[in-house]
Design a binder for this molecule. Structure first.
Ligand SMILES: [Fe+2]
Length: 234
């Protein structure tokens, strides 16, 4: 059994952005955007203690997370030249995804695999209010960050062999859903501001099969957002 409040930098941490993984959290003071990477509700101390639901987040200012299996804490620490991610090892997304539009300035950090979790996919998608132990399965949690300048169409897509949500770290964007692969068919526009994680928006449609609507991230102002992906194991 490892100790309490064990921490390490995430792979995309640099002098512009502090990004720390903390595990076996117990009365741990934090300052930044706290993402709950646990399948349980966690609590932050305050005048009145407040919950952070599984796979959700909030901004915490110098307060303690009372107890959590695993959290990430992110904070922008140097705004000048924040957008130079392509000179700090982040890759233009077209290097990883053939056919990505060459004129789209979307960059992605390296991926950090932060551990495994037993989660009920129906609880993740909110199709069931509570996790059922018999439906729990093992997932690998992968984190990565995205960056784009203002007014960037980060590509409409629909297929993911994993569960995903995103947390806004810096700037402002939208998580948008579409009836078809066509921006004019938008039917939901979720405001993404720092500290916020959108609700999951896929449905469980089979074993390790999740159906997503056509969706995209759209940058309103220069932004960094964190992708939280649960990849099925076994
Ligand atoms: Fe997606």
């Amino acid at each position: 059994m490892s100790g309490k409040n064990t921490r390490r930098d995430l792979i995309f941490a640099d002098r512009h952005m502090s990004a720390v993984l903390i595990e076996n959290v117990e009365n741990c003071e934090v300052d930044g955007i706290v993402v709950n990477l646990s399948p349980e509700i966690i609590e932050v101390e305050g005048k009145v203690n407040a919950p952070i639901f599984p796979w959700r987040s909030t901004i915490v200012r110098n307060k303690q997370v009372i107890s959590a299996r695993r959290i990430a804490v992110l904070k922008i620490t140097e705004i000048e030249n924040l957008g130079g991610v392509m000179f700090r090892g982040w890759q233009w997304f077209g290097e990883q995804f053939a056919g990505f539009p060459r004129e789209t300035p979307l960059y992605v950090s390296k991926i950090d695999s932060v551990g495994t979790v037993q989660e009920d996919p129906f609880a993740f998608t909110r199709e069931k209010p509570v996790a059922e132990p018999s439906r729990r399965q093992e997932f690998e949690i992968r984190l990565k960050c995205w960056w784009s300048p203002c007014e960037t169409d980060c590509f409409i897509h629909t297929e993911h062999p994993f569960l995903e949500v995103h947390t806004q770290i810096h700037g402002e964007g939208r998580m948008q859903k579409f009836r078809e692969n066509d921006a004019s068919t938008i039917y939901e526009d979720v405001v993404m501001m720092p500290g916020f994680t959108h609700e999951p928006f896929c449905r469980v449609t089979g074993a390790n099969e999740w159906t997503y609507p056509w969706h995209r991230y759209y940058t309103v102002r220069e932004g960094i957002w964190l992708a939280i992906e649960l990849h099925p194991l076994g």
